[in-house]
Design a protein around this ligand. Structure first.
Ligand code: NAI
Length: 341
């Protein structure tokens, strides 16, 4: 027994050493839209991440101030601000991960699709630059509508000859974060222990939380109507924030947290940490749709494996069928835009 304990302690010492900050490889992370509502707290959270050695903050305005401010935090990474299109190349060069929260957010009464006309063009031009300056980077797409901006990015990369489906991610982590919080409250279980997948896409009914797979099991008995209410609240979580902010934008702080969580998972995967699994909207063959959010195992090349949906309740099966036409249309809209503009 004591031998086993010694071996276990040696192993944990070794793994601590392997992933210690001192031996963590150099990693450059670029944030595009870094002066925005999401960009600023996200820049701060990435500055706190010991896996980052170089943090590039890019926006069309305001980044010198954000970068000067964040750079004073006494953590590992060096921070540089880049402003305006002629500095975009420098911001991107050598990046391992590029996070994109650039573009306009929703106001009350707007759907994510209403943002399409402005954000599609922004995403297209940023992805054109990524293809040129850091074609091997993992791209974390936050800009909405994610259901369309990810297919736009894929088309831009295909045209440039740099597309690698393992390296393009729609960030749906905030849906998972919300589902976990709402489930913990209703099921009376500790929120820090909750795990559950959210699949489909990132808008309205395309957001499908799989509460039937939630762990730990609920302490309070959840009825069918409780599950339906939790599902609806997760799908409308973004709108809840948009309405509470009453015209001042959408989720920024919780989104920055979720974006930082997902980027950290990407960095861990790149660094060879085993069994890093997060939900993300990626190229997928688990349904008939070309892009779909599900659990994904992250590795040294990006996506290591797109995991299946697992067993679904009848309610979830119905939700899956209901979301497909809308998700399909949003994907096709993105592809069409990229090819016509
Ligand atoms: P914001 O308006 O506060 O910030 C956007 C920033 O993007 C601004 O600083 C702006 O100057 C910058 N920007 C505009 N065009 C640019 C360009 N061509 N290159 C670089 N930067 C550019 O908006 P906020 O609240 O930060 O939201 C950003 C995006 O994130 C929106 O599209 C929003 O819908 C989306 N979002 C996504 C979520 C998700 O779960 N994936 C959740 C919440 C928001």
């Amino acid at each position: 027994r004591s031998l086993a304990r010694t071996a276990a302690s040696a192993k944990s010492h070794l793994s601590r050493r392997c992933y210690s900050v001192e031996s963590a490889p150099e990693r450059k992370v670029a944030v595009l839209g870094a002066a925005g509502g999401i960009g600023q707290p996200l820049a701060l959270l990435m500055k706190l991440n010991p896996l980052v050695s170089n943090l590039a903050l890019y926006d069309i305005a305001g980044t010198p101030g954000v970068a000067a401010d964040v750079s004073h935090v006494n953590t590992r990474s060096e921070v540089t601000g880049y402003v305006g299109e002629d500095q975009l190349g420098k911001a991107l060069e050598g990046s391992d991960v590029v996070i994109i929260p650039a573009g306009v957010p929703r106001k009350p009464g707007m759907t994510r699709d209403d943002l399409f006309n402005i954000n599609a063009g922004i995403v297209k031009s940023l992805c054109t630059a990524i293809a040129k300056y850091c074609p091997n980077a993992l791209v974390n797409m936050i800009s909405n509508p994610v259901n369309s901006t990810v297919p736009i990015a894929a088309e831009v990369f295909k045209k440039a000859g740099t597309y690698n489906e393992k390296k393009l991610f729609g960030v749906t982590t905030l849906d998972v974060v919300r589902a976990k919080t709402f489930f913990a409250g209703k099921a009376k279980v500790p929120v820090s222990e909750v795990d559950l997948p959210v699949v489909g896409g990132h808008a309205g009914i395309t957001i499908l939380p799989l509460f039937s797979q939630a762990t730990p099991k609920a302490n309070a008995l959840l009825s069918e109507s409780d599950i339906q209410a939790l599902t609806k609240r997760t799908q409308d979580g973004g709108t809840e924030v948009v309405e509470a902010k009453a015209g001042k934008g959408s989720a920024t702080l919780s989104m920055a947290y979720a974006g930082a969580l997902f980027a950290d998972a990407c960095l861990k995967g790149l660094n060879g940490v085993p069994d890093v699994v997060e939900c993300s909207f990626v190229q997928s063959s688990i349904t008939e749709l070309p892009f779909f959010a599900s659990k994904v195992r992250l590795g040294k090349q990006g996506v290591e494996e797109v995991l299946g949906l697992g067993p679904l309740s009848d309610y979830e099966k119905q939700g899956l069928e209901n979301l497909k036409p809308e998700l399909k249309a949003s994907i096709e809209k993105g592809i069409k835009f990229a090819n016509e503009n």
